[in-house]
Design a protein around this ligand. Structure first.
Ligand SMILES: Cc1cc2nc3c(=O)[nH]c(=O)nc-3n(C[C@H](O)[C@H](O)[C@H](O)COP(=O)(O)OP(=O)(O)OC[C@H]3O[C@@H](n4cnc5c(N)ncnc54)[C@H](O)[C@@H]3O)c2cc1C
Length: 397
């Protein structure tokens, strides 16, 4: 049980003054308007369909409109160079950057090779910029989903599948090697359970190879899965036994509906906890585990949940660990939960934003997911909108 009052911790996620200090009045008003629009489910539904359609048909001004609105809120830029100003802006407020090239859902070999080149450029960019300690990657940007799934099923692979999978392993290895050489870290995102099996094996191999002296590679643990707390613990024990350090990024998990639907369709038990409370419990247990073992592993609490962020901050302070210990990190997505990010930074913790970048047509699905996340089904204000309106009221604008 943790008993500490928030004064000692010097951290208050309701402090909107600190949360939005980086936004001048004009920007605060524009962001509020954007979140007001996103609060409407119908508008988001229509807007998403229309944007996809217009982008496909190369309608004039589509990219420009997206760039001037939702893209500015949730992305860093279309290129690395354009992203620099977002990185600098965050750094001025003591917030680090996790660079995330927004490619997803690709399966053709030239696209996968092109994604690798972009990730390598991102790693080099991070290597020359002290406020970008991490580059995030998705194995699904380096491999076709079908190959990952077939490898996971361990059925007899065709020679073509085998060759394709070796190329995927090589792409990930090239990235991790480069990152290790120039002191950048790699977060590997977690995906749907039917691909995750393969991703886990690949990331374990990379950690064994590159996490000997320091933590370079991090796997992602989706705590909405009933088997992940045990997997976190066994990954830690395995790393210790094999003489390397575990890197663990904790998330709740993004594919709950898809996972449940597929399990129901195919008649196997859903891998997801039956309710939110159980997911929250597992998540907080994982946070405790990572803090308990911070001297022999590194972690990142990647969540917009205030209670789980507060829990980690409290544990760090209560145990007298340095607030900015490099093994204990926090991370939120660019454009969301500024109340958590900027208040953690102000209180001296290691916190970063995931800054997604890439051409509009590559990041459009990411943007649609962010818009959907911020709609209100009940008609209430979304979490973000309520905070923005509170700050507007405080400033009297
Ligand atoms: C920096 C960052 C990186 C991320 N990387 C990944 C990644 O690599 N892979 C990935 O899958 N996701 C990733 N996510 C998304 C993440 O998994 C969550 O979907 C999202 O952050 C919402 O969870 P939360 O902890 O922020 O907060 P909350 O809003 O408290 O939690 C919402 C989450 O709780 C779970 N949940 C909700 N209802 C139920 C229910 N009825 N039963 C069981 N569980 C339920 C779901 O996971 C849901 O997404 C990332 C998020 C961040 C901030």
């Amino acid at each position: 049980m943790i008993s500490m009052d928030t004064t000692e911790l010097n951290l208050d996620f309701n402090n909107t003054q600190i949360a939005f200090a980086h936004k001048p009045d004009s920007e605060l008003k524009a962001t509020t308007l954007l979140f007001k629009l996103m609060n409407k489910p119908r508008l988001v539904e229509w807007g998403s369909t229309l944007s996809l359609f217009a982008l496909k048909l190369h309608f004039p001004f589509t990219k420009w409109i997206i760039k001037k609105s939702i893209f500015t809120q949730f992305c860093g830029g279309t290129t690395l160079l354009e992203t620099q100003s977002t990185v600098d802006h965050l750094q001025r407020h003591r917030v680090l950057t996790v660079l995330d090239y927004g490619a997803e859902g690709q399966s053709e070999e030239p696209d996968l090779d092109q994604a690798l080149q972009e990730f390598l450029r991102a790693i080099e960019f991070a290597g020359s910029n002290s406020s970008i300690p991490v580059v995030s990657t998705k194995v699904t940007a380096l491999a076709s989903d079908e190959v990952l799934e077939r490898v996971g099923r361990r059925t007899d692979l065709s020679t073509a599948d085998q060759a394709a999978f070796e190329r995927v392993q090589d792409r990930l290895d090239q990235m991790c090697r480069k990152a290790a050489e120039i002191d950048v870290k790699i977060f590997v995102d977690a995906e749907e359970s039917w691909m995750q099996e393969t991703i886990d094996r690949m990331v374990e191999e990379m950690m064994e190879k590159y996490n000997r002296e320091k933590v370079v590679v991090y796997n992602t643990f989706q705590m909405y899965r009933t088997d992940r707390l045990d997997y976190l613990k066994s990954s830690y024990a395995d790393a210790l036994a094999k003489g390397y350090m575990l890197g663990a990024k904790l998330v709740r998990g993004a594919y709950m509906e898809k996972e449940r639907e597929r399990a129901a369709e195919r008649g196997y038990p859903s891998p997801i906890y039956p309710d939110k409370q159980a997911t929250d419990h597992a998540y907080d247990e994982a946070v405790r585990f990572c803090v308990d073992h911070y001297d022999t592993m590194a972690s990142c609490n990647a969540s917009h949940n205030a209670a789980s962020n507060l829990l980690q901050a409290r544990l760090i302070v209560e145990r007298g660990i340095h607030r900015n210990h490099p093994h204990l990190n926090f991370c939120q997505l660019q454009g969301m939960s500024d109340n958590i990010t900027f208040n953690l930074a102000d209180a001296g913790f290691n916190v970063a934003k995931y800054v997604v970048y890439g051409p509009v047509q590559k990041v459009i699905h990411y943007l649609i997911r962010r818009a959907e996340e911020n709609t209100s089904v009940t008609g209430d204000l979304s979490r973000e909108l309520a905070l923005l309106q509170k700050e507007k009221l405080r400033r009297g604008i």
